[in-house]
Design a protein around this ligand. Structure first.
Ligand SMILES: [Fe+2]
Length: 471
């Protein structure tokens, strides 16, 4: 049930010309997003009534109520998705409420889904109860152990309502033999976002495309920070001048965001241009300092726990925004469209270059078209989730596309430019996995081959990124 072959996954034949002859409920609705039976029915009824001029006040009120209820359900599902990110059933169409995997409503499907619904309902109820009364021995034990790990954080902070609810939600899942998200286990082990985890995510998280090594030529950049030595969470002390000579300093920065003005940002939201400096210890990268904006003060791991945590989260927010808009949407999905179209128009099917390129374009136009609606449309995901406005997001994508040299899309060029060769950064799974794929590419046109692999990799290495309904 959880690991269906691609041809049985929801939406598969919608994107596959080979599947056009297959029958199924989704044939009624050509596009993803229209296949929710209830939503589709309501929309059509409403449209028909409007067209016939038959929307009387009571009916119109009823439709508004239904619409706002659906909106509330969608928001609750968003919350659940956030809590359950990483959990196996989130990646297996479990939370896609529109159509079952395989697009057939079998009794087994209905039974399983009802069971999952019961588990999620009971976990949600437990979380609400935890907000009202915190008397669970599990919670007390967890909070005590977290407190021991984070001496500097006040018990008041630890007792935050959302944390209690989250922990109770996961406890209920585990009691019912469901796995809890791995990231939440890491956070519980380390006492939230530890320095080790913060650094790990720069290399093995969602976005391994930002961090780069500082070299002798970058000494000037280090100058403002190099007036003192820095203590790491490991207890080691770092001298920046020596560290750069030893090729142990790495930087994550987001200069694309430095020119954003208040009109580019949505009300109450912010994304900045932080610089996070890392040192490579024998155990891997650890953060040395974070400078929130150019010219501002910088914060170190020895600062007050809240300040340091906020600085890390500030960097996480910039990284997530950059990943979604630039590394994923622009450099992976959108940049490839021109190649997909030109290949089909200009190359004969038997051409070796066509054969080389074709597999990389499978589903590309379909998913990009869908992305235009689900991500970039008004009130869609970009506007709902990110700080920049939709207009600013699109102009960031354009700016980044124009400024990026074509040759940077090649994987070896990217690694060399960022100075992330194995001798400087031994533990970097993204590079090592990508290298294997690169070496499998036929040695035809180096430039084209480079572009393909370089652009495809950031997306395809993300396990959740697939041309199905969950992407
Ligand atoms: Fe993707």
């Amino acid at each position: 049930m959880l690991h269906l072959p691609p041809e049985q996954q929801q939406g598969f034949y919608r994107y596959s010309p080979m599947g056009l002859k297959q029958r199924g409920p989704a044939r009624l609705f050509a596009h993803i997003g229209e296949d929710g039976t209830l939503g589709y029915g309501l929309t059509r009824i409403y449209q028909n009534l409007i067209e016939q001029g038959r929307v009387s006040p009571p009916l119109s009120l009823l439709m508004q109520w239904i619409e706002s209820t659906l909106q509330r359900i969608r928001q609750q599902l968003d919350k659940l998705s956030t809590l359950l990110a990483d959990v196996e059933f989130l990646h297996s169409d479990w939370l896609n409420w529109s159509l079952p995997p395989g697009e057939t409503f079998s009794s087994e499907y209905v039974r399983d889904r009802r069971k999952m619904g019961q588990i999620l309902t009971s976990a949600s109820k437990a979380a609400i109860a935890a907000r009202l009364q915190d008397d669970s021995p599990f919670l007390i034990e967890t909070r005590l152990s977290t407190l021991q790990k984070r001496q500097s954080l006040s018990p008041k902070d630890l007792a935050s309502s959302s944390e209690r609810q989250r922990l109770r939600f996961y406890a209920e899942l585990e009691q019912r033999q469901r796995e809890r998200p791995r990231v939440s286990l890491i956070h519980a082990r380390d006492g939230e976002l530890s320095d080790r985890e913060f650094a790990r995510q720069r290399l093995a998280g969602t976005n391994p495309m930002i961090v780069h090594r500082l070299r002798e030529a970058d000494r000037e950049r280090l100058q403002p920070w190099a007036t003192q030595d820095y203590a790491l969470a490991t207890g080691e002390t770092v001298n920046l001048s020596e560290a750069v000579t030893q090729n142990r300093l790495f930087l994550a920065d987001y200069p694309l965001f430095q020119d954003l003005t208040s009109t580019d940002l949505q009300l109450g939201r912010y994304v900045g241009n932080p610089q996070a400096l890392f040192y490579r210890t024998e155990q891997g990268l650890y953060p040395v300092l974070i400078q929130l904006e150019l010219g501002s003060n910088w914060i170190t791991p020895t600062a007050a726990a809240d300040d340091w945590m906020r600085a890390k989260l500030y960097t996480q927010a910039a990284d997530m925004t950059h990943h979604e808009l630039i590394d994923h949407l622009c450099n992976t999905h959108l940049s490839m469209e021109a190649f997909a179209i030109a290949t089909s128009r200009q190359l004969p099917v038997g051409h070796p270059l066509y054969q080389l390129l074709r597999p990389h374009f499978r589903f590309l136009l379909a998913i990009n078209t869908r992305g235009n609606t689900l991500l970039l449309a008004e009130d869609a995901a970009i506007e709902e989730l990110l700080a920049p406005t939709r207009e600013a997001s699109v102009s960031l994508i354009n700016q980044s596309y124009r400024e990026r040299p074509f040759t940077d899309a090649a994987f070896p060029n990217d690694i060399a430019k960022r100075g992330l060769e194995p001798e400087y950064l031994p533990d970097f799974a993204y590079r090592d996995d990508a290298q294997l794929l690169w070496e499998r590419s036929p040695p035809t046109s180096a430039a084209t081959s480079s572009a393909i692999t370089g652009m495809i990799l950031p997306c395809c290495l993300i396990p959740t990124c697939k041309p199905g309904p969950q992407n």
